[in-house]
Structures are given as C-alpha cells and as structure tokens.
Write a protein that binds this ligand. Structure first.
Ligand SMILES: [Zn+2]
Length: 328
C-alpha cells in the first residue's frame, strides 16, 4: 500500500534535485547483474521458486450451506510506513493520521450497522501512537480480530537482517498482546513483502495463518523449502486491495468509486459461483473516506441481497479450513 507513495516520494526527490551529468549517467547505467536467473541450474531455480510456495488447496464447504466466505480486512497502517523511512513530510503523515482520526471510526460504524466482524492488521507502532485505534476496535459491537502487521511497517526485504527481523516480530507480538489482552494468531507482512527469513519466523512464532501471498484464489497450506508448514495462507490480491485504486497519487479522481465497485463486484460474483473465498484488503486512511465507505456499504448490501454469504474474520476462516491440512 505504500509502494505508490514511496515511488512518488522517490520521483519527487529526484525531480527536486539538480543532478550532475555524472549522477545522471550513473543512474542510466544498467544494474550490474540484471538477469542472474539465466545462469542458475534448474536445481538452484527450484530452490528459489519453492523456498516459500503453495501446498495443499484448502477449499471446504462453508458453514450453514453458504456459497462463499467473505473476509473484510483492514491494515491500520496510518502514518507508520512514512515514519519508517524517516520522511517527515507532514502532508503525507497527515494522510496517514486520517486513518486514526476519521477513517477507522467511520469504518467501525459501518461494520456495526451491517453487523459484520472484520480483521484488523496493525503495526505495533501504529497502536502505540494512537492507542485509541485498539480501544475503538475493541469497544465496537462486533467482535473484531486484531493481527500482526510489523513493528513500524518495515519493509522486510529492505531491512535484510534476520536478527533484526526477529527482534521486531517479537516486539510486535508482545506489544499487541499487551494492548489487546490476546496473543494475535494472524500475520500479514508489511506491504505483503517477505524476506528470505519471514516464513520460518512466522511458523516458529506459531501463527495459525498468514495473509500476505497470492498463489491461489483459495486458501492453501504454505510450504517452506517444499515442506508443509501447517500454516494456512489466506490469499490476498492487488485486484482486491484499495491501495492500487486509492493509494499514492490516485487522489480520488481516477478510478472512480463506481469503477472500483465494478471490479470488486465482478470478483465477488465469480467467487460466489465457484464456491470460493473472497478477501478484501483495505486501509482506514484510504478506504475510510466518505465516498469510499459508501462504496463498501453498497458492496456489502449487494452481497447480502445475493445471499449465501458467510461473513467471517480471517481467524474464523483459517480455523475453518485448517482441518483440511491433516484431513481430520
Ligand atoms: Zn500495510
């Protein structure tokens, strides 16, 4: 969700700097090794491909004869991604702050109106800076889920440090456990980005499920180095994420909320037809704006009218599919 923002910041930074001819020439040079994959053996490529990959498909029948399971998730990033980079542009920081001030409360009011419980993935620093996000979620009428979403929305491949990654994961779990009174059982990587160590750390921490990857429309068991992990993947997709439509420089003009509704609706219709899973990723600082919450409410009303929908938290969905891993 911060990909676009980072790209824009980078472009803005470059545009704002007078570059010397030498700098420009260096920037235009091709990377030293742009195609390392061409020189790897098939065995080496297999090791890379299947370090983290999709195992058993977990496609159950849904409770109460429902045709489709729908999980609404919200990544409560607020300003953490910006703060993680040391960028103190308060215009951008305030865009994130909107999530805590108005976005989340408006979303919680919608969920209460529609009587739907959702999952909230929260960077620990986001909760520390605005503890009201936790009390708002926990004082709602619905029993929402709170999951881990990094310490300060750190990009793990950029961090590129196994020990630091473990320290931040431990801090994140401890902080959310202390603030919510319950140890989270769901994990979503910041920006959905794994480092080469993330899968092993997620498994070792005992998470029931991850929701950062997208190898299938259905839930599946995650494999680590081609071996079953017992960890459920609840797949996300950029098609079903508010960020590509409303993040970065989208600024509400294009696409319109009607365009986004059309895509979200078409994805839902096929998930319904296939007896599948439909998971939306949203952000209070993006989706929490007035016209966009109205879009989400219209979508929920459409789903309810169509019928056969099991609205559930990610935790409930993961618990429902997990027995398929062992066949029990
Ligand atoms: Zn995020």
């Amino acid at each position: 969700m911060v990909r676009h923002i980072l790209a824009i910041m980078l472009i803005a930074t470059l545009a704002g700097c007078a570059q010397s001819p030498a700098t420009t020439a260096a920037a235009q040079q091709a990377p030293a090794d742009p195609l390392p994959g061409t020189r790897l053996s098939v065995d080496e490529l297999k090791a890379q491909m299947f370090h983290v990959s999709a195992g058993k498909r977990l496609k159950p029948t849904w409770p109460n004869g429902a045709k489709v399971a729908v999980g609404l998730s919200f990544d409560v990033d607020n300003a953490t991604a910006t703060l993680s980079t040391g960028n103190l542009d308060y215009e951008i920081i305030s865009r994130g702050e909107y999530g805590a001030v108005d976005g989340l409360p408006r979303i919680l009011r919608l969920l209460d109106r529609q009587q739907i419980a959702a999952s909230f993935f929260i960077p620990a620093v986001s909760a520390i800076l605005h503890p009201k996000v936790i009390t708002d979620i926990q004082s709602a009428k619905q029993r929402h889920e709170i999951g881990v979403h990094g310490w300060i929305h750190e990009r793990l491949p950029l961090l590129n440090n196994e020990q630091e990654e473990q320290r931040l994961l431990n801090q994140s779990i401890e902080t959310l456990t202390k603030m919510t009174g319950k140890r989270p059982i769901g994990y979503r990587a910041p920006s959905w980005k794994f480092s080469k160590w993330t899968m092993a750390q997620v498994k070792a921490a005992g998470f029931l499920y991850d929701s950062s990857l997208m190898a299938s429309d259905d839930a599946y068991e995650l494999l680590l180095d081609a071996k079953p992990t017992g960890v459920v993947e609840l797949p996300i997709e950029r098609i079903l994420d508010d960020s590509p439509y409303f993040g970065g420089n989208a600024d509400g003009s294009n696409p319109t909320v009607d365009d986004v509704f059309t895509v979200f609706q078409a994805e839902f219709d096929v998930a319904h037809e296939e007896g599948g899973l439909y998971l939306l990723t949203m952000h209070p600082h993006m989706m929490g704006h007035r016209s966009r919450v109205a879009l989400l409410e219209r979508l929920i009303q459409y789903m309810k009218k169509k019928g056969g929908v099991w609205f559930a938290t990610h935790e409930q969905i993961a618990n429902h599919v997990k027995p398929l891993i062992t066949g029990s």
